[in-house]
Structures are given as structure tokens and as C-alpha cells.
Design a protein around this ligand. Structure first.
Ligand code: CMX
Length: 139
């Protein structure tokens, strides 16, 4: 498995409308996309900083992952996402042989057309970890 960079950091917020002005007017970043990911029960907003993005996550369903996270832990860093160079499925296969607990055994569709999969925080030192692959850049 080869990680190339931190693709994004996911931050759970109660409201995109309330959080976006902080990232734009205080931090000076530009929100370049807002997208609902129905499968994940979230609405997302993206900012770019270097090669890395900040992904704000607003829950669209209290029973979804972000809805439960906010209910239990409040707003804050929700996950870290690594870009993988050799494919999400290959990486999952390798991680499974190393005893890492997988949330997804196969990649699914994430925001921005990426293939994504999550590793369970109980086996990654409390950090919900996402692997991402951009199919448009796959060799
Ligand atoms: N980071 C770290 N720990 C987390 C966590 C997170 N984001 N979310 C939950 N946990 C911990 C909880 O604190 C809890 O720990 P304790 O047992 O020590 O109290 C444990 O995981 C179980 O928490 P839970 O609220 O009962 O949640 P579930 O087990 O139902 O689900 C998880 C947890 C990680 C398996 C689930 O959130 C998941 O499948 N996440 C992957 C998908 C996802 O997060 N999608 C939203 C983002 C989508 C996007 O980026 O597009």
C-alpha cells in the first residue's frame, strides 16, 4: 500500500451555513464545492489548502455516521483521508491480512467522484481513517 498525501480532513459541523463563513472570512479559504452524498447521509463543503482539502460534513440524518458523531461527541475532526496510489481495493486486501478492522470491504462512491473506504477507529488509534482513490487518475 502506498499513501501519496493527505487527501482531506473531515470536520463534522452542525450547519454548513454557519461554519463556511469561518473558513472563508476568517481563514481566507474559498469554498469551491457543496455536494450532498446521499449514501453517507451528509452534505459536504470543500476548501483546498495545498494538496489537501478540508471537507465540512453536515448531517442529513440523525441516524447517519455524522449525525451520531455530533450527538455523542459534538462538532470536531471526524476523520482523516489518505490518497492511495495503488488502488483502494488492493489497500483493503493488504490491510485485512494485517488484521486491521475494515468498515468497508470494497470501495464505495464518495464525494467528488472518488472511490472511498473506511477503516474502523478502534483499530487505527481512535482516528476514523478513509482511503481515497481518484478513478480519473488511475493508471
Ligand atoms: N472517530 C473516532 N471514533 C469514532 C468516530 C469517529 N469519527 N465515530 C464513532 N467513533 C467511536 C465512538 O466514540 C464509539 O467509541 P466508544 O465505544 O469507545 O464509545 C465507537 O466508535 C462506536 O460509536 P457509535 O456512535 O456507536 O457508532 P457506530 O459504531 O454506529 O459507527 C463508525 C462508528 C466509525 C463505524 C461509523 O461512523 C462509520 O461506519 N463511519 C464510516 C462512514 C462515515 O463516517 N461517513 C461519513 C463521512 C462521509 C464522507 O466523508 O463523505
Amino acid at each position: 500500500m502506498k499513501l501519496s498525501h493527505i487527501e482531506h480532513i473531515g470536520i463534522a459541523v452542525k450547519s454548513l451555513d454557519t461554519a463556511i463563513p469561518y473558513f472563508e472570512k476568517v481563514l481566507g479559504l474559498k469554498c469551491y464545492a457543496v455536494e450532498e452524498v446521499k449514501d453517507q447521509k451528509v452534505k459536504t463543503a470543500f476548501f483546498k489548502i495545498g494538496e489537501t482539502k478540508i471537507e465540512l460534513l453536515e448531517s442529513t440524518d440523525p441516524e447517519g455516521a455524522v449525525g451520531k458523531f455530533i450527538e455523542n461527541r459534538g462538532e470536531g475532526v471526524h476523520h482523516i483521508a489518505f490518497a492511495v496510489e495503488d488502488g483502494v481495493q488492493n489497500s483493503l486486501n493488504e490491510l485485512e491480512t494485517k488484521g486491521i478492522r475494515l468498515i468497508d470491504k470494497a470501495p464505495r462512491n464518495g464525494a467528488e467522484g472518488l472511490k472511498i473506504a473506511f477503516l474502523h477507529p478502534k483499530s487505527t488509534f481512535g482516528v476514523l481513517t478513509e482511503l481515497c482513490e481518484d478513478p480519473s487518475k488511475s493508471k
